[in-house]
Design a protein around this ligand. Structure first.
Ligand code: FPP
Length: 235
């Protein structure tokens, strides 16, 4: 069974349900985020160990800035702590970490943490962990259009050069298409997550809240992915 399973090359996870996880336990939302971060650690290790080379997670959307200041600050502190604490683990395991999103409105310490982590892991090629932070899928496409238009304006590109492959190169990070996107907590929405890269992705919406979406749940998801018949528009 293990050997027969087809692995997606690029998995995306919309880590939803941290707040509800905490509420169910009578705790503050921040406890849910802390539990989510802890879960992400073991889950990531498991996914890479299974041989999946690209993992993208939705950590903070541009819209998440509309949350309570206390929650936003808690999350930013959590990201900074996570970047610093996990740096050696990423390096030891040869994992390249990249952060997709706008740097606008981000705190200086978050930007520094991102730069440092990206820089220390940039040589690794086997595994890539992409964190979508201050990220919006439509804005990513708008930003790509601006960059391409500027190149055309400067005569560095011709209009005829613009095709799907070229546009992919102008996304925040040059990543392969997503094969499989999982959104935890039962919500069945995309919420602006990697719109360009998920054109042909299979979607799965388990009812499990993210802090409980463990290795076993991930393996269950992989089995479901394997039952899907991906035709890419063919017959
Ligand atoms: C959505 O659940 C979750 C978030 C907005 C934050 C995700 C962040 C983590 C899992 C922390 C770890 C990440 C890194 C990169 C260290 P929600 O709060 O919307 O939950 P709810 O829908 O139940 O309210």
């Amino acid at each position: 069974m293990e050997n027969e399973i087809v692995l997606p090359k690029h998995v995306g996870i919309i880590m939803d349900g941290n707040g509800r996880w905490a509420k169910k336990r009578g705790l503050k939302r921040s406890f849910g985020h802390k539990a989510g971060a802890k879960n992400l650690e073991s889950l990531l290790k498991h996914i890479f160990k299974r041989g999946i080379p690209y993992v993208s997670v939705y950590a903070f959307s541009t819209e998440n800035f509309n949350r309570d200041e206390e929650e936003v600050n808690y999350l930013m502190d959590l990201f900074v702590k996570y970047f610093n604490k996990k740096k050696s683990v990423f390096i030891k395991n040869g994992i390249r970490v990249i952060v997709s999103g706008s740097r606008e409105n981000l705190r200086e310490d978050v930007i520094d943490g991102i730069k440092n982590l990206e820089d220390c892991t940039k040589e690794f090629t086997h595994f890539t962990f992409n964190i979508c932070l201050n990220y919006g899928g439509r804005m990513e496409i708008v930003d790509a259009i601006k960059k391409i238009s500027q190149k055309i304006h400067n005569n560095e590109l011709k209009l005829d050069d613009v095709n799907e492959e070229l546009v992919s190169h102008y996304m925040y990070k040059d990543l392969p298409d997503l094969d499989f996107v999982i959104r935890t907590s039962g919500e069945q929405r995309i919420s602006n997550f990697m719109l360009w890269q998920s054109s042909y992705a299979e979607y799965y919406f388990p009812d499990v809240l993210f802090p409980d979406f463990n290795e076993k749940e991930f393996d269950k998801s992989l089995e479901i992915y394997n039952k899907r018949n991906r035709r890419f528009g063919g017959v």
